[in-house]
Design a protein around this ligand. Structure first.
Ligand code: KRY
Ligand code: ZN
Length: 251
């Protein structure tokens, strides 16, 4: 939906570092000073899984430094707050970022915040170095054992605001073993769209099977009792790169 000047309500007036973007592989710049990203998650920090009416999220206890990432492009360590996905109605699209203008059927986002510098997540969301989000592409292929635990919980959170307890889950099983990533300065891809995210996009996708993608698509945007609207195509349009460079951790 665009307004008279052609802008969509999802553009931030004066935004200079909006996300998602297309990652043009040949335009990314290898940075030899980028460190390996170190990921250490405590599976018992997992709290619950819920349908927030836009995606489904798994949230974590972030009251201490128990599930953290450090290194990579980051100056501090960041605490895991939640992870969620974006996907399409069909396998031809669904990811938020694209690589050489290619969409993947889905994309995982692991959202972390800079608890070294900021006292709360709410404050970190407003600051340029407040958040770090790891993006992982999902491609159609083999069955993913680790994802299946999430898929098995989805029928119980079909409707908006449904939540179930999720005791133990290690999201490391959703992150590819290949250490290669791209990184750039960007934003949240849904409101408040704040320009507070260091994006770390893994080069290697994970493989999931058709049944697992279909399970995402039977979730609903709508609450119980409302006219059903399937939760699909919950990805934001690509945003202009403007004056940004995408760096790669690999040659
Ligand atoms: N898709 S993404 O860029 O990873 C993304 C997009 C939006 C959010 N998001 C939306 C609202 N919030 C949020 C939640 C709690 C809070 F206190 C403040 C927030 F901004 C948030 O973190 C979080 C992550
Ligand atoms: Zn997201």
């Amino acid at each position: 939906m665009a307004s008279a000047d052609g802008s969509s309500p999802l553009t931030i007036p004066g935004g200079t570092r909006q996300s998602p973007i297309n990652i043009q592989w040949r335009d990314s710049v290898y940075d030899p000073f980028l460190k390996p990203l170190k990921i250490s998650y405590d599976p018992t920090t997992c709290l619950h899984i819920w349908n927030n009416g836009y995606s489904f999220l798994v949230e974590f206890d972030d009251s201490a430094d128990r599930s953290i990432i450090v290194g990579g492009p980051l100056e501090n360590q960041y605490r895991l707050k939640q992870f969620h996905f974006h996907w399409g109605a069909i396998n031809e699209w669904g990811s938020e970022h694209t690589v050489d203008s290619k969409f993947y059927p889905a994309e995982l986002h692991l959202v972390h915040w800079n608890a070294v510098v900021y006292p709360t997540f709410e404050e970190a969301v407003m600051e340029g170095n407040g958040l770090a989000v790891i993006g992982v592409f999902l491609k159609l292929g083999a069955h993913h054992e680790g994802l299946q635990m999430l898929v098995d919980a989805l029928p119980a959170i079909k409707h908006k605001d449904a939540v179930i307890e999720f005791d133990v889950f290690d999201p490391s099983c959703l992150i590819p073993s290949c250490p290669d990533y791209w990184t750039y300065a960007g934003s949240l891809t849904t409101p408040p769209l704040t320009e507070s995210v260091t994006w770390i996009i893994k080069k290697q996708p994970i493989e999931v099977d058709e049944n697992q993608l279909e399970a995402f698509r039977m979730l609903l945007f709508t609450s119980d009792g409302e006219e059903e609207k399937r939760m699909v195509d919950n990805f934001r349009p690509l945003q202009p790169l403007m004056n940004r460079t995408v760096r790669s951790s690999f040659q």
